[in-house]
Ligand binder design. Structure first.
Ligand code: MTE
Ligand code: LUZ
Ligand code: MOS
Length: 758
């Protein structure tokens, strides 16, 4: 166990004191202008006339910028070039940016926004994925994953059940909204401070929009007030707009979205619709699984094709199913382009297989757990995509959770409770999780770090990782402290900046700490060997006799009377390079999209959660009583941070499954557009109890310090809440036939408590 194993999050004190800096906290430089976006008021239509003259003439307004003002390409699509920065001839969602108003202050810009006139010839909007599918509206080609022989297997199964399933979208609800602040530099250069998970994506896209080489754009990120995937791609548009205004006006420009604008304009988690068929043997082995997934992509591709892929990768969750065929369609609708959200399509894929199992269990009059448990993945099993399961700890997690949390006793207590109580019913469900770690796009699995040791022995570290509250900077301090054997107090993590670390992947896919931590480790190990060589030379000995670190120089294990800072100073005098760059590329990951086979993941994260709920059957309201988790952290390098990630992700999963409900009217207008109409989980929706037992494990060598990625996987434990609620409803209303339409809000629970199935 390393010395800094229990290290506190390095941001905890400045967060608590309110001293941590976000984009809107940066002191404004003189002459800073403020920008506000003019969004499309129509979900689908042709722009007939756009009159910005009244806005332009308002006192204090510096410019109203539209598509023709763009010097480079009016294009920000990252995966597919299908998304203009500003709408030109048509609009495809309410909130689509049409113009940018730049004024001396934000209030003036907002006032000017009301003076813009737009005439639109309305076309029919589509907001539903199934509807888009019927009309063959797609963002990208369909993708199919399959294994075995689905047709034959379905014919031979003892039982076959089918059904359909809907899951809703989700607001990221980062506390800091989309924000950027751009400054003119000399010789045409621009510096953009952005609240982005992907600084290089911002740099590259801004360069293309402005028609400039990437080296003229510097992107700097201090930290984000939350990203959750919502800033993997979608911070880019606002950074580009601020930079465009800088080019046009040669003044610093700040663009910080108001919460209501952010909710109206930005994409969310993708709602999914699905049809499934599940086939089982007489002894409840799942022999066949066939499904169609309809992803509601919104009006442009954004990251939808990659998200679609991950829905397929995780469509069998933690089960081994020998015969599968799952096809996913990315459907184009008139909503803001939906985007990355913690789990990246994985949760949507998993909800379908869990629904299929729940349907089978209900029809067979058994518990879902009986089916789930029989079909867990084992080492050596092949995933549909051809990767072999290794270190498959799902069964172990299940066993440990069952024992540790006395699940059979709990189940019988629930049965007794339900017998004794008429208007309160309890339900329990088990949710297993298997989540692959790596970007499924091979080239993204790389990172770099730049480490400087200064003459006084203090250390500055830059990486491509973006801190968004997940604790990646703390983890990198731990990695560097361990690799250099020095006190973490000597180490500072610098901002994430494209001039110090270039060509970065976004901090996403839960792999920020793995990729950037490994790169930092590589840089540090080179620095250590140079320092050791320098010291050995001075002492006239072999470098293998020397160690160096916080305790100073040791010669064959005995103190040599040279402090760390003295050794550093000596090395500097001997003109040894005290800076190093590390480059890491995940070895062995490969995926051939054309045949949908390969080894896309460095490793998988496993775990099991038991969720217990209690429902008030007069009102439909409910409380999550307990969530009991056994999770495979590997060998956690920071249990406090990792537990915080489990709890936060779990809460987000519970919110998605039970209360966060998106609604649009028939014109495609977003109705749940504010915190009074969109319910986010609060302390009253938190489980009364969350227990998390780490699986004893040596961890995985491709995980940083053998500590497995933690950011996304625990979100999917929240899915258990849906099925726990279903079980409680069934205990009250035996004629309820479980249906799959998340979120299961109190209103929906109430209707199901009194529904009659014929
Ligand atoms: N935790 C906090 N507090 N804030 C966030 O925005 N984002 C999540 C997760 N945990 C997030 C978070 C998402 S979507 C991802 S992909 C990972 O953190 C990214 O960070 P990592 O790769 O360092 O785990
Ligand atoms: N982003 C991405 C992701 O571009 N590719 C991925 O595979 C991924 N997975 C999870 C979250 N973000
Ligand atoms: Mo997370 S959805 O990979 O940003």
């Amino acid at each position: 166990m390393s010395a800094c194993y229990r290290m506190k999050n390095i941001d905890s004190i400045s967060h608590v004191r309110g001293e941590s800096l976000y984009v809107d906290d940066i002191p404004e430089t003189g002459g800073t202008l403020h920008a506000v976006v003019f969004p499309s008021p129509s979900a689908h239509g042709v722009i007939k006339r756009l009159d910005t003259s009244h806005a332009t003439n308002l006192r204090g307004v510096q410019a109203v910028l539209t598509a023709p003002d763009i010097p480079g390409e009016n294009q920000i699509g990252g995966v597919i070039p299908d998304e203009p920065l500003f709408a030109e001839d048509k609009v495809e969602f309410i909130g689509q940016p049409v113009a940018l108003i730049v004024a001396s202050d934000e209030a003036t810009a907002r006032k000017a926004r009301k003076l813009i006139h737009i005439e639109i010839e309305e076309l029919e909007p589509i907001t539903d994925a199934r509807h888009a599918f019927e009309k063959s509206m797609f963002l990208s080609p369909p993708q199919t994953f399959s294994s075995g022989d689905i047709k034959k297997a379905l014919e031979e199964c003892e039982y076959v059940f089918e059904g359909n399933c809907e899951s809703g979208g989700q607001e990221h609800m980062y506390i800091e909204g989309q924000a950027s602040y751009a400054y003119p530099g000399e010789k045409g250069s621009i510096r953009i401070v952005s609240s982005t998970q992907g600084p290089t994506h911002v740099q590259k896209t801004a360069a293309a929009v402005l028609g400039l080489p990437m080296h003229l754009i510097e992107v700097d990120v201090n930290r984000l007030g939350g990203g959750f995937g919502g800033k993997e791609d979608q911070a880019t548009a606002y950074a580009c707009m601020a930079a465009l205004a800088v080019v046009k006006l040669n003044k610093p420009v700040k663009l910080v979205l108001h919460r209501l604008d952010d909710m109206m304009m930005t994409g969310k988690r993708h709602p999914y619709s699905a049809d499934f068929k599940i086939g089982l043997s007489a002894d409840l082995r799942i022999l066949a699984y066939q499904a169609r997934l309809y992803q509601n992509g919104g009006a442009a591709a954004d990251l939808s094709p990659a998200i679609l892929d991950r829905s397929l990768f995780h469509s069998t969750n933690a089960y081994y199913i020998p015969n599968t065929q799952v096809t996913a369609y990315s459907c184009k609708t008139n909503l803001p382009p939906n985007t990355a959200f913690r789990g990246f399509g994985g949760p949507q894929g998993m909800f379908v297989i869990e629904s299929a199992i729940a349907r089978a269990a209900h029809e067979l009059g058994t518990e879902a757990r009986t089916i789930q448990e029989k079909n867990f993945l084992r080492n050596g099993d092949l995933f549909q995509y051809g990767q072999k399961a290794t270190g498959a700890s799902i069964k172990k997690c299940y066993r440990i959770a069952s024992k540790e949390f006395r699940v059979s006793e709990l189940a019988s207590e629930i049965r007794t409770f339900n017998k004794k109580n008429r208007v309160q019913k309890k339900g329990m469900a088990m949710m297993p999780v298997c989540f692959g770690i790596s970007f499924t796009n091979k080239q993204m699995n790389q990172a770099r770090a730049l480490v400087h040791i200064y003459q006084d022995g203090s250390v500055g570290v830059s990486t491509g990782a973006v801190e968004m509250g997940q604790g990646v900077n703390t983890k990198i301090v731990q990695v560097v402290a361990k690799a250099l054997s020095i006190d973490p107090a000597r180490i500072k993590i610098e901002t994430t900046n494209t001039t110090r670390v270039s060509n970065t992947s976004p901090t996403a896919a839960s792999s920020g700490a793995d990729l950037n931590g490994k790169a930092a480790e590589i840089a540090c190990s080179r620095l250590v060997s140079r320092l050791k060589n320098a010291v050995a030379k001075k002492l006239g000995t072999k470098s293998s006799d020397v160690t160096i670190g916080e305790k100073g120089v040791m010669l064959n294990g005995k103190p040599a009377g040279i402090l760390w800072e003295e050794a550093v100073k000596d090395a500097y005098r001997e003109r040894v390079c005290l800076s190093e760059q590390g480059h890491y590329a995940t070895p062995g990951v490969e995926f051939d999209k054309s045949i949908a086979k390969g080894q896309p993941f460095a490793y998988h994260v496993y775990g099991v959660a038991f969720v217990t709920v209690i429902v008030d059957c007069l009102r439909g309201t409910y409380t999550v009583e307990s969530v009991n988790i056994a999770h495979d952290f590997g060998s956690s390098m920071n249990p406090e941070i990792d537990l915080g990630q489990v709890e936060g992700a779990l809460m987000q999963g519970i919110g998605w499954m039970t209360m966060e409900e998106l609604a649009w009217d028939k014109n495609g207008r977003y109705l749940s557009n504010s915190l009074s109409t969109y319910k986010v989980p609060d302390i009253y929706s938190a489980p009364l109890e969350v227990n998390c037992t780490p699986l004893p494990s040596r961890g995985h060598r491709k995980a940083i310090l053998r500590s497995k990625a933690i950011g996304e996987p625990p979100l999917m434990y929240g899915i258990g809440t849906y099925f726990a609620l279903q079980n409680a409803i069934t205990a009250f209303n035996p004629s309820y036939r479980p249906d799959f339409n998340a979120p299961l809000t109190p209103e929906k629970v109430l209707m199901r408590l009194y529904s009659r199935h014929s």
